[in-house]
Design a protein around this ligand. Structure first.
Ligand SMILES: CC(C)(COP(=O)(O)OP(=O)(O)OC[C@H]1O[C@@H](n2cnc3c(N)ncnc32)[C@H](O)[C@@H]1OP(=O)(O)O)[C@@H](O)C(=O)NCCC(=O)NCCS
Length: 311
């Protein structure tokens, strides 16, 4: 370890988690997560560990390891974030943090770590590639600046009404059934799931920074047939999509486009500067919809996989 460097575990201490929040925001803003989100989601990953790197007492970096929520708890790979603030780079702090994460992964009985990266930060990808990591998956990320945008008319297709879980709390169970169908149909490299009802509630519903009037539902009668789950991130500057999905039987009729128009109106109401979204590269229908809305590509989101510590 470089002299003057100490690694301090954050546990669930709110002050230390605030430091983690600030470090995530500084080093990888799209991964940013507030203390309130970390605490609310703690039940999803009880073994999650986070560490602060302090150099001469000053926080300069972080590492985290925890469960990948959309995959089963016994999946052999852990999610892992590593970041060092710009002024402290090139002093082996990133190497010390990654080594800590690799040991933490081994101690958790896992085989691999999956590290979120961005093509916009090629130094992070190169750093991992030199340490035996390789690309596992990438997503197209898109952004819609809102400065010049006016709220569109929502104009749902015939027979469809747009509402929200905030307005219709009685639809939770039905919204869960739809989420189960939508997650299972995602073109991800591994079969992801909405989890059980309680997991879905903690992951996607009762989330700090994601008011329930941003859980948009497209209803056919009383049956949700499409949804768009929005959240506010980047300290209020961005509204992101956690998920947009339409039941298979209702595809190709303009339901997703109506949800996206309602989403845009919601983001404008929140006073956000931009909307963000991610698409699997092969998800042509969603990419086409997003392009029509004026979304433009930003650097790809890249997941890098590598081994835990040997031994
Ligand atoms: C990736 C990251 C964590 C590395 O942190 P770091 O503290 O600079 O890491 P290290 O000092 O251990 O290693 C940096 C490498 O750059 C080299 N380097 C030399 N001078 C440097 C400088 N001034 N600035 C940055 N890197 C420098 C180091 O020699 C080292 O080379 P090596 O990989 O061949 O060993 C940091 O760049 C970062 O936070 N990036 C943004 C977050 C991110 O993308 N995370 C995902 C990937 S981990």
């Amino acid at each position: 370890m470089p002299p003057g460097l100490e690694l301090v575990e954050a546990g669930l201490d709110p002050e230390r988690l605030r430091v983690i929040e600030d470090l995530l925001h500084a080093t990888q803003p799209e991964q940013a997560c507030t203390v309130e989100e970390m605490l609310a989601r703690a039940p999803l990953s009880p073994d999650m560990r986070r560490v602060i790197a302090r150099l001469d007492g000053e926080p300069v970096g972080l590492a985290t390891v925890g469960r990948i929520w959309v995959l089963p708890p016994d999946y052999p790979t852990l999610w892992c974030e590593v970041g060092v603030v710009e002024g402290a780079r090139g002093r082996s702090i990133g190497s010390a943090l990654l080594a800590w994460a690799q040991v933490a992964g081994r101690e958790a009985g896992k085989r691999m770590l999956r590290v979120p990266c961005s093509d916009g930060r090629p130094e992070g990808i190169a750093f991992l590639a030199r340490r035996g990591f390789a690309e596992f998956y990438r997503m197209t990320t898109l952004e819609l600046p809102l400065a010049e945008v006016a709220a569109p008319a929502i104009e749902p297709p015939a027979g469809i009404a747009i509402t929200s879980l905030g307005a219709r709390p009685d639809l939770r169970e039905a919204a869960y059934r739809l989420a189960v169908e939508v997650y299972a149909a995602l073109p991800d490299p591994e079969p992801v799931s909405a989890g059980d009802f309680e997991e879905w509630r903690v992951r996607d519903v009762d989330v700090p920074g994601a008011p329930l009037d941003g859980y948009l539902l497209a209803l056919a009668g009383d049956e949700p047939v499409g949804y768009c789950r929005l959240y506010v991130h980047d300290r209020g500057a961005s509204v992101g999509h956690m998920m947009t999905g339409v039941a298979a039987a209702w595809r190709g009729r303009g339901v997703a486009s109506a949800l996206k128009r309602a989403a845009l109106a919601w983001a404008l109401e929140q006073g956000a500067e931009r909307m963000t979204t991610e698409n699997a590269p092969g998800n042509a229908p969603m990419l086409a919809i997003n392009r029509r809305f004026g979304y433009r590509p930003t650097p790809d989101f890249v997941e890098m996989d590598g081994p835990v510590a040997a031994g």
